[in-house]
Design a protein around this ligand. Structure first.
Ligand code: V47
Ligand code: SF4
Length: 434
């Protein structure tokens, strides 16, 4: 690995030197390191350290998924102060999706269906089980990532059963993985202020621990850019790191940039600088998380693309029709084409890898025949069509299908791109640790 320490004057912030030494030695960072990273004014230095940690895990690759987000209803019994998505039954913009509505939206060539919504006051738990079965029937190929810990807790209460039983029944109905929402920030101070009615850290962690015990892989999020302090951000990450040490069940960590919407909690969103440092800090602190996701919906495409050089290795996916962030006036499209995602990955200098919900690599998209950006092309090529299409591009014209090789994305770092293209042999999935 290239030297990270300050021999060549690469780090402007002396506080990063000790961290660089730890990163080079593969030593675990502590709370003070996390705080120093967030406070540093050396954005490039922080990025360099996080990038080293990222490349050690996933080399030059960055992941995306062909997915569809389904938000079955915006009616919610809670009223979190930061949330512009939730409404009450009878409100003009309240909606409820039928199973037919839902099924209609998943009949596409996608690899993941992501379901998350409000806590509906009258739908029975059986409706959610039926929802998963209907999705599975309509698209047996797509994996189902559904329901935050907050929804699982709610289902347990309405069905008067334990969260474990809820998870077991959902698993039997087709649940593959769980999204990471609902944790917001593990801080009682912030909870009191912004989401008093919602369960706290202990229950969120208990539900994810139970999911992991049942073999359900999950994600974790942090809602940042509102009233939380740097200490609260770092403590949140360290709490997740502890649970991951115990279970190993988390796949991905996703810092969610707060969208201001109509709330008057803060008067401006987190800066791109803060976004990148938060992504980088999470990559460095969460040394046991396989993946860090730069969620383009909330970061904006440009910052998400940059984040792939600041420690992130995943952009989420095509999404189709995002509603939660857009109810809070997110300034991004509601979905992206494969073409646009490939562009965001390639402009960051990464090799795009299409993955499934478990982060198994499905296809690698080698470099396009012409450079992605016009400024990199020679004079004569400026008017030539840029070969960025929705179809994966290879120099020999075919997509490289890796699905049947059981190749998990965390194996990729061990392979050279050329070897990957030739389908080098890899350990069986169950031999891979996240
Ligand atoms: O739990 C609500 C958050 C979450 C706002 O696991 C807001 O792969 C920002 O969890 N500004 C739902 N955030 C979304 C979520 C998610 C998204 C993408 C990928 C994954 C994954 C999970 O959105 C909620 C809440 O924390 N949220 N309102 C807002 N105004
Ligand atoms: Fe309901 Fe979730 Fe919005 Fe809170 S964040 S009001 S639980 S939809």
């Amino acid at each position: 690995m290239q030297a990270l320490s300050n021999e060549h004057g690469d780090l402007r912030d002396p506080a990063l030197e000790k961290i660089a030494e730890k990163v080079e030695a593969g030593e675990r960072l502590d709370r003070d390191d996390g705080l120093a990273l967030l406070a540093s004014d050396d954005l490039l230095g922080v990025g360099r350290l996080a990038n080293a940690a990222k490349e050690r895990r996933s080399g030059p690759y960055a992941f995306f998924v062909l997915n569809r987000q389904i938000n079955p209803t915006n009616i919610c019994v809670l009223s979190c102060k930061f949330c512009d998505y939730a409404v009450k039954a009878g409100d003009d913009d309240a909606y409820e999706m039928t199973l037919e509505d839902i099924v209609e939206k998943v009949r596409e060539p996608i690899d993941e269906v992501h379901i998350v919504g409000g806590l509906h006051p009258t739908w029975p738990f059986e409706y959610y089980e039926e929802m998963l079965r209907a999705v599975r029937r309509a698209n047996p190929e797509a994996q189902i990532k559904a329901f935050t810990a907050v929804e699982i807790d709610f289902f347990a209460r309405i069905a008067k059963i334990s969260a474990r039983e809820v998870l077991e029944r959902l698993q039997a109905a087709g649940l593959d993985t769980m999204p990471g929402g609902g944790s917001e920030v593990f801080s009682e101070r912030v909870r009191e202020e912004l989401f008093r009615q919602k369960m706290g850290a202990e229950r969120w962690l208990e539900i994810h621990r139970t999911a992991h015990e049942l073999g359900i892989r999950t994600n974790a999020t942090l809602l940042y850019g509102h009233i939380e302090t740097h200490e609260e951000r770092v403590d949140h990450m360290l709490t997740l790191r502890d649970l991951q040490d115990e279970t190993g069940g988390f796949l991905s960590f996703i810092p969610l940039a707060f969208q201001l919407g109509y709330s008057d909690i803060v008067d401006r969103p987190a800066s791109a600088l803060d976004d990148l440092k938060t992504i980088a800090t999470s990559r460095l602190l969460l040394d046991n998380f396989p993946h860090i996701k730069a969620y383009w919906v909330m970061l904006g495409g440009e910052t998400a693309s940059m984040a792939l050089q600041w420690g992130a290795d995943d952009l989420d996916g095509t999404i189709g029709e995002e509603k939660i962030a857009h109810a809070a006036l997110a300034d991004t499209p509601v979905g992206l084409t494969t073409h646009s995602l490939l562009k965001l990955v390639r402009e960051a200098g990464r090799v795009p890898v299409q993955r499934d919900a478990f982060y198994r690599a499905l296809a690698v998209y080698p470099a396009p025949i012409a450079p992605a950006h016009w400024s990199q092309r020679a004079d004569g090529e400026i008017d030539a069509p840029v070969p960025l299409k929705a179809e994966p591009l290879t120099t020999d014209g075919g997509r490289i299908d890796l699905a049947d090789r059981g190749l998990y994305s965390w194996d990729l770092a061990r392979l050279e791109p050329a070897a990957l293209m030739q389908g080098a042999s890899t350990p069986a999935p169950d031999e891979c640790s996240p």
